[in-house]
Design a protein around this ligand. Structure first.
Ligand code: MN
Length: 200
């Protein structure tokens, strides 16, 4: 039972001008497809074929580097596509908005902390907003690791993700990662993030 590359939930150019169409096409059709194919190759013939990606990531300390990197890549990009949308951005209300204010002091303070986590992650990795027993926490991970992994420093349910690998922005932004991060806020799909917050 192989994992399947999820469709992008909008057109390649839907997030223009903040994320360009060519970047989205290569990112989904080449990078995400690659993680998916390599994950399937890594689990073929093993008992992982019958497990969910959540189960696999939660026990990743017992798995190979190939499963860790490609399982993370498979999951992380699926979440990333879904927490972005055209005509999005703004700020969340409801229970998520209240929880962000409670945890960080204000929405702007949260944005600042998340942006800093994304900007200061050295090399390739991800920034996260995580719901766990402590409430809401911002963190970052290297490579394709994520907070669902049992090896993560900060564990919990990721509800917002930002890919800061150079392949996520270099065609359009070159070395200007901070510009990519500030424009990310224009495409955050807060309805999706709020649904994940309420479900976690
Ligand atoms: Mn990526």
């Amino acid at each position: 039972m192989a994992f399947k590359l999820p469709d992008l939930p909008y057109a390649f150019d839907a997030l223009e001008p903040y994320i360009d169409a060519k970047t989205m096409e290569i990112h989904h059709d080449k990078h995400h497809a690659g993680y998916t194919n390599n994950l399937n190759a890594a689990i073929e013939g093993t008992d992982l074929e019958n497990k969910s990606i959540i189960e696999i990531l939660g026990n990743i300390s017992n798995e190979s580097v190939a499963v860790r990197n490609n399982g993370g890549g498979y999951y992380n990009h699926d979440l990333f596509w879904k927490v972005m949308a055209p005509n999005a951005g703004g700020a969340p209300g409801g229970s998520l908005g209240a929880a962000i204010t409670s945890a960080f002091g204000s929405f702007d303070a949260f944005k600042s902390e998340f942006s800093k986590a994304a900007a200061t992650r050295f090399g390739s990795g991800w920034a996260w907003l995580v719901k766990n027993d402590s409430g809401l926490v911002v963190c970052s991970t290297a490579n394709q690791d994520n907070p669902l992994m049992d090896i993560a420093d900060v564990k919990g349910t990721p509800i917002l993700a930002l890919d800061v690998w150079e392949h996520a922005y270099y065609l359009h932004y070159q070395n200007r990662r901070p510009d990519y991060i500030s424009n990310f806020w224009e495409v955050v799909n807060w309805a999706e993030v709020a649904a994940r917050f309420d479900a976690a």
